[in-house]
Design a protein around this ligand. Structure first.
Ligand code: ZN
Ligand code: ZN
Length: 217
């Protein structure tokens, strides 16, 4: 029914121009994060005012994750080998849909990622993370005592555990696209709980250790 259609207004802007210009005006920064030869490199792409979120994510991925007990990390032991060597992580404060992150299936990646993949001649993965949404996320009630003992560190530790849980969740979708949301979610929720427990214990335990060192034999 072509005659029923209203004539489309003449487009002055080529598709995507506005987004590209806004992006340029806002400015994005990129940072390459290395965690070890057995883990993918992450290329963070974030708004220019999100430097400190970039610092926190770098610390979480390249230090905190490695420092966790093997039992906490083991559920993800097979994941890294299933991923491309480079994964682009697009950071935004929040997602319009309210999600804390998404994986971007093959063919839906941003121009940045497609250009990188063409440049290096290898597949490049892509996910996004909503860092302010992750900061505000409260996956389960945590004991007030534990939170109290960690004092001002609580928020920083929560962010480390939470950003790793969401990152691993989205990476698992990328690496194992056939796995169900429920399976992946169960694993990332369990990871958050175990990591948070460990980080809190490390924080408070370290404090006690300093106050009353074990007697020497
Ligand atoms: Zn969403
Ligand atoms: Zn998911």
């Amino acid at each position: 029914m072509r005659s029923m259609r209203r004539a489309a207004p003449k487009r002055l802007h080529p598709p995507g121009l506005l987004e590209r210009l806004l992006d340029r005006v806002r400015g994005r920064t990129q940072r390459l994060i290395r965690a070890g030869d057995d883990m993918p490199l992450l290329l963070l792409s974030f708004p220019s005012n999100a430097d400190s979120a970039g610092d926190e994510i770098e610390a979480a991925y390249s230090h905190a994750l490695r420092s966790l007990n093997p039992e906490t990390r083991n559920p993800y032991a097979a994941l890294f080998a299933a991923l491309p060597a480079l994964v682009v992580v697009i950071l935004r404060p929040r997602n319009v849909c309210g999600c804390l992150g998404h994986h971007h299936p093959r063919g839906t990646e941003s121009r940045l990622t497609r250009r990188l993949a063409a440049d290096i001649g290898r597949p490049v993965g892509e996910i996004d993370l909503a860092y302010e949404g992750i900061r505000e996320w409260r996956p389960q009630p945590l004991s007030r005592l534990a939170a109290g003992e960690a004092g001002g560190q609580f928020e920083a530790l929560h962010f480390q555990a939470a950003v790793l849980a969401v990152l691993l969740h989205e990476l698992e979708h990328l690496g194992f696209p056939e796995r169900s949301e429920q399976e992946i979610r169960n694993r990332s929720n369990a990871f958050y709980a175990a990591a948070m427990d460990e980080l809190l214990r490390g924080e408070t335990g370290a404090g006690y250790g300093m106050a009353s060192p074990a007697p020497r034999p």
